[in-house]
Design a protein around this ligand. Structure first.
Ligand code: CP3
Length: 353
């Protein structure tokens, strides 16, 4: 066997799936796998704040590796937060426990836009890039390192609302009432995200996920007009590095016929639409998802049935990456996670051709 065959054999299954090639088994990893549910993470968190972990490359690398070691998942997602690049350019962000990011004062005017200066990743978030390098050197060759960024709409909601929101009223009011300010903010954020993701690719990320967590609150019309052009631009600029892109949004079933044209290699689907229906509306693209994370709060037989349902709907098609429909909920029992993973591996073994 020559070297290139060995390299192809050990190429991360996730990268094969992104190209819609058949991989050995169903590649799997989980959003929010690092942290929250793991006692070994809580132990680290007991001594350090979330942002302190992010700013310390050794600690960030350690907690990034914890779920890989515990669950033998096919990918590591770098430990950071969607606010990391905002913190990098000097925005005052507090990560409030059980609430999320709080930004005070928020961004509401043209003058406020100046606070969002361009990001220079090497200067502004060197710790994140160093953490990626550390993880890449610790990670087995056949596992993929996933970098990520919040998408501009989701980041804009935090900046404008000043924190998490129920209905994104202030954000939408700006979109409709001050379109120049809205587009000014979205362009600045898009430039920031492109610089941030490209730097992650340079530091060893092999896949890059764009999280548009809250975009499902928009109508299809507004999404198309106010958000999607930025998504497409970011995806194109990032893909130019050669690193595949995963686009993930929640509550976005109604947006699939727009999102399918994003140019992303993989589209993450949330749990609200059955995987086969979502895939049909997305077309010829790899798909990631989509077990409802709350299923993992149920008894093992429900976990098994619903995990198998996702796999049945994927039907063994190349290009399926098993994941949740959103991140793990903090109260998820580790045993149920193990059980879900066993169910996927068991399914693969019984359907191997
Ligand atoms: O494992 C991973 O996925 C990597 C780490 C990661 C974190 N945040 C660390 C974190 C990732 C990918 C994120 C992304 C993120 N952060 C998103 C997009 C993903 C999504 O879930 O839609 C969003 C919207 C945020 C903003 C944010 N940060 C929220 C809403 C919260 C939860 C508040 C809480 O306490 O429940 C956070 C805090 C946060 N970021 C935690 C972790 C592990 C929570 C626990 C802690 O304080 O350690």
């Amino acid at each position: 066997m020559n070297t290139s065959t060995i390299q192809t054999e050990r190429e991360p299954a996730l990268l094969k799936a992104a190209r819609m090639e058949k991989a050995r088994g169903t590649p799997l990893w989980f959003m929010r796998q690092a942290g929250r549910v793991l006692p070994e993470y809580r132990k680290v968190r007991g001594k350090h704040s979330l942002l302190d972990i992010c700013r310390n490359p050794e600690l960030a690398a350690t907690v990034t590796m914890q779920p890989v070691e515990r669950f033998d998942v096919d990918a590591a997602i770098i430990f950071a937060d969607i606010v990391t690049p905002l913190v990098g350019v000097g925005i005052d962000v507090q990560l409030v426990e059980k609430v999320g990011p709080v930004i005070d004062p928020p961004i509401r005017s043209e003058g406020d836009l100046e606070r969002l200066r361009p990001l220079d990743p090497g200067e502004d978030v060197p710790y994140m890039l160093e953490a990626l390098r550390l993880v890449r050197s610790a990670l087995p060759v056949e596992k993929a390192l996933v970098g990520f960024s919040g998408a501009p709409f989701t980041l804009a909601t935090y900046l404008i609302e000043g924190g998490p929101s129920r209905n994104y009223a202030t954000t939408k009011a700006m979109m409709y009432g001050q379109p120049d300010l809205w587009h000014g903010l979205m362009s600045r954020l898009s430039d920031m995200i492109v610089a941030y993701l490209r730097a992650q690719a340079g530091a060893g990320a092999q896949m890059l996920q764009l999280f548009d967590s809250w975009v499902g609150w928009l109508s299809r019309r507004d999404y198309s007009e106010y958000v999607f052009p930025y998504t497409r631009e970011i995806v194109a600029a990032v893909k130019a590095t050669g690193v595949p892109v995963i686009h993930f949004a929640t509550g976005s079933g109604g947006l699939n016929e727009v999102i399918r044209d994003s140019g992303a290699d993989v589209i993450g689907v949330d749990w609200r639409v059955p995987l086969d229906e979502a895939w049909a509306s997305l077309g010829d693209v790899a798909v990631q998802g989509n077990l409802d994370p709350a299923v993992l709060l149920g008894p093992p037989d429900v976990v098994r049935e619903q995990t198998r349902d996702v796999l049945r709907r994927a039907g063994g098609r190349p290009g399926h990456i098993f994941n949740l429909g959103h991140g793990f909920l903090p109260q998820t029992p580790v045993d149920n996670i193990m059980h879900m993973i066993d169910c996927v591996r068991e399914w693969d073994a019984s359907h191997a051709s």
